[in-house]
Ligand binder design. Structure first.
Ligand code: FCB
Length: 458
């Protein structure tokens, strides 16, 4: 297998607004559901919040400098809805838009292409007060937000992603309660998932109108789902989880329909109170709006068993990684083959035309050693093995055009707070000092050479 990437391969890093910006009450920003969630005692594992996070709102120029020194060609960031439309809809807060205007200009000056995600989970709290994603009118609000942002930035942002991981936003947020808004209702989660998909479909033509030359896509969390044993029951469970996680989103976007077996599964589980009542005529046509690329966020695989975990009735039937050596700080299994399999499967089943890994990376806590450098060898190995998995997919004929490492900076990892470090740049959250980790230096060399480093003989 070749170790070199195709010419023009896009090398990027990814972040999201809530996780890095801080400046929670600056320039007219109002609360998002994640601000509210983080205020609940016990909801954030380490008791931290994102009021300051990486203070990127004030340090974006320094952070772009870091990206430039890494040699990345593209930066995936998200736009905080509560900065632009602080109560979700209505009057545009120009000061909020100005920040992204400055950011995009500074990226251009550094020769870095801006890839913007519109929704990376920070729904304005005012909309949640009206039901959030369970309320169909949130779709209209998202279209307003999309219009305001793409009108202002559409002349410069080259790539747009409507949503980040609608499975997380709906299932983790509304069924499992592990993400904001922290609800525990499957029926609500499925309604929310449909409204998220509809928001995506309706945003696409708005972006095309405001940014005719830009490419439009969506970022989905796609994982390979494997049965925990060869038993028939586990195989069925794996297929069901694949349906819930992957096909429930991919089928509407690419095939214009929800998968029938997954509808039936949700019905049997009592998750659909009144069938698919929330799907109105034409919704699926709108959701199927042609897009230019599929963004794939990939970290691990799901190993699924038929029995539910008794103590957590809303939890998926996935099991923990048996081999501790393969567990990351998130408890996720290091399984690079899963990335190849997922990419090949997406290409085979949905033919997206262009695929981009919009997130891949790993949490390990490794910090500065006595000399101040951060020797995160395990992250280096993770990144190399996953890039090799990308090459295997390219060799198999997958039109994979880019890779975004999650994440540029250690940041606020949602319900885990500041304790899980995904960055290739270390952040000291007391002083805001940044240190490029060994993985960052390695990534720079990979980008420079457009190929993986030679492996030393063992
Ligand atoms: C993804 C999210 C991203 C980050 C990584 C670790 O699900 O999109 O914001 O939290 O996981």
């Amino acid at each position: 297998m070749t170790e070199a990437f195709p010419n023009g391969f896009i090398w990027g890093v990814a972040t999201s607004a809530f996780q890095i910006e801080g400046a929670h009450d600056i320039d007219g920003r109002r609360l998002s559901i994640w601000d509210t969630y983080a205020e609940q005692p016990g909801f954030i594992a380490d008791g931290s919040n994102a009021k300051v996070a990486c203070d990127h709102y004030h340090r974006y120029a320094e952070d772009i400098g870091l990206m430039k020194s890494l040699g990345v060609g593209a930066y995936r960031f998200s736009i905080a809805w509560p900065r632009i439309l602080p109560t979700g809809r209505g009057a545009v807060n120009t000061a909020g838009l100005d920040f992204y205007d400055r950011l995009v200009d500074a990226l251009f000056a550094a020769g870095i292409a801006p890839w913007a995600t519109l929704y990376h989970w920070d729904l304005p709290q005012a909309l949640e007060d009206e039901g959030g994603w369970t309320n169909r009118s949130t779709v209209d609000a998202f279209v307003e937000f999309t219009d305001a942002v793409s009108e202002r930035l559409g002349d410069r942002v080259t790539h747009w992603m409507t949503l980040n991981e609608p499975w997380c936003a709906s299932v983790l947020g509304y069924a499992q309660g592990d993400h904001a808004p922290g609800k525990r209702s499957w029926p609500d989660a499925l309604v929310a998932s449909h409204h998220l998909l509809l928001s995506h479909g309706r945003a696409v033509p708005v972006i095309r109108q405001n940014a005719p030359r830009a490419k439009v896509g969506i970022a989905l969390n796609v994982s390979e789902c494997e049965p925990a044993s060869p038993s028939e029951a586990d195989q069925i469970a794996a297929r069901q989880f694949d349906g819930e996680l992957n096909r429930w989103f991919l089928d509407p976007i690419y095939l214009g329909r929800y998968p029938q077996d997954v509808i039936e599964y949700h019905e049997r589980e009592g998750r659909l109170l009144d069938g698919m009542h929330f799907v109105k005529p034409n919704d699926l046509d709108e959701i199927k709006a042609p897009i230019d690329f599929l963004g794939v966020n990939h970290y691990s695989r799901a190993v699924v068993r038929s029995a539910k975990i008794p103590e957590a009735e809303n939890e998926p039937r996935t099991i923990a990684v048996p081999d501790p050596a393969k567990r990351t700080d998130m408890g996720w299994e290091v399984y690079p083959e899963g990335l190849t399999h997922s990419l090949v499967r997406l290409h085979t089943d949905y033919r997206p035309g262009s695929l981009v890994v919009t997130e891949n990376g790993v949490a390990y806590a490794t910090g500065p050693g006595p000399d101040g450098s951060v020797q995160d060898t395990r992250r280096c190995d993770y990144v190399k093995s996953h890039l090799r998995a990308c090459l295997a997919a390219i060799d198999a004929g997958v039109p994979l055009h880019g890779y975004f490492l999650w994440s540029l900076l250690d940041n606020f990892e949602w319900g885990f707070g500041l304790s899980k470090r995904f960055g290739i740049v270390w952040v000291d959250f007391e002083t805001q000092e940044r240190v490029i980790k060994a993985s960052g230096h390695m990534y720079r060399r990979i980008i420079q050479n457009n190929k993986l480093p030679e492996e030393r003989a063992a």
